[in-house]
Structures are given as C-alpha cells and as structure tokens.
Ligand binder design. Sequence first.
Ligand SMILES: N[C@@H](CCC(=O)N[C@@H](CS)C(=O)NCC(=O)O)C(=O)O
Length: 230
Amino acid sequence: MAESGESNKNKLKLYSYWRSSCSQRVRIALNLKGLEYEYIPVNLLKGEHLSPDFLKLNPLGYVPALVDGEIVISDSFAILMYLEEKYPQHPLLPSDLQKKALNYQAANVVCSSIQPLPTQPLQNMAVLKYINEKVGPDEVIPWVQSHINKGFAALEKLLKDSAGKYATGDEVSMADLFIEPQIHGAIKRFNVDMTQFPLLSRLHEAYSELPAFQNAMPENQPDASPSSVT
Ligand SMILES: N[C@@H](CCC(=O)N[C@@H](CS)C(=O)NCC(=O)O)C(=O)O
C-alpha cells in the first residue's frame, strides 16, 4: 500500500550498508522495538559514505546514521541509547545496575576493543587496505583472527556467570546486539574457529531463532550483494 507523504515524512530513516555490523545492531534494535523505518542503502564499496550529502549526516563518513524527524544521529551506540529513551518498548537495558553495567561493558568490548582493530568486514577499510599493502595480503586474516579471538575469549569470561538464554540473562539486551553481528562477521568473513567459544556459539544459535535478528542479517537486506567479495 502506498504511504501518504505525511506518514513517510515521519518515518525513521536508517542509512545502512548491508554488511556493516554497526548498521546490523541498529537494525536489530529497530526490529525488536517494532519500529518501521525506511532503509536507505549507502554503498561503501562505491564510496557513497564519502559523498557531500552523506557527510552532512555524519562528518566522519561512517554508517549507520539514523534520522528521526529533525534529529540526526550517526553512531550506533548513540543511536541505540536514543532509541532506548525515545521508544521504551522492549527495553534493551535491564534495570538491575550490575547487569546494565555488564551490557555497557560487553558492548564496548566489541566496539572499542575488537572492532576498531579492524575486525569487521568493511570496518576501517583504510586500515585493512594499509595492512594488505604494507604488511602483505596473507597477513590480514591471521592478524584479524588473533584480535577477534582475544576479544571473544574476554567475552566468554565476562559473561560466564550472567548468561542465560542470552548474554546477560533470559531477555535479549544491548550486549546481544553487539555480540551477534561480530560473530556473524567472524564466521562469514574471517573463518574464526568458534569451537573455542562455546558460550558465544550457543548465543549465536539462540539469536538465529529470533525474527528480529534474522531480519537484520546482512543477507536479508535490500542492498545485499551475495557475490560481493568484501
Ligand atoms: N563508532 C561507529 C563506527 C561506525 C563504522 O565504523 N562504520 C563502518 C561500517 S561497520 C564504516 O562505515 N566504515 C567505512 C570506512 O571505514 O570507510 C558506530 O558504532 O556507528
């Protein structure tokens, strides 16, 4: 059904790239909260994130960016915190302070310790390109794997006493939104041996059964290009 101009204007807009893990975690949150959004693809391989129009949304030139009316937010953590306050349905943070802190910690293990190294497909493309050219193409995968392994080993220890069905209990929470896209990239792109990580493997299995996670998967996005090599 065609939408009226007015309802389209009010709809959330997500600037996303199918394979971006940062975009994936926001897609999961939008799905969990039952928020409809317009998906606006930004092709990183074509450099669309560096276009003058996109740089107006995020001067750093990274996806994702969320537009909610007049409000523009361009960092996945900030977007999740914003969504959590503005759309409190399906809370992403437990009220228990210790569990809440654990969620922040797990999220930051992924986005500050693992990801910037860079260990995500298309994360810090310039750094991957630099390693490829200056150190050698055969070094990229082992180097990335070693950093993912270190972060995953830390997550296994961090979550061992709190995990239930999901990372910090029996409800999906923010930690899960960071963990799943990282595991997905580790398996699909970097051939990480997940048998070393039984807890994360179990969580990955549990996420695969949830529609909010399934619909957010890279391969289920409108701009997905399965033939793409990066
Ligand atoms: N801290 C940012 C990082 C965003 C980010 O690194 N996005 C990647 C995709 S996952 C990107 O746009 N990379 C483009 C590039 O490296 O040029 C967030 O969490 O949103």
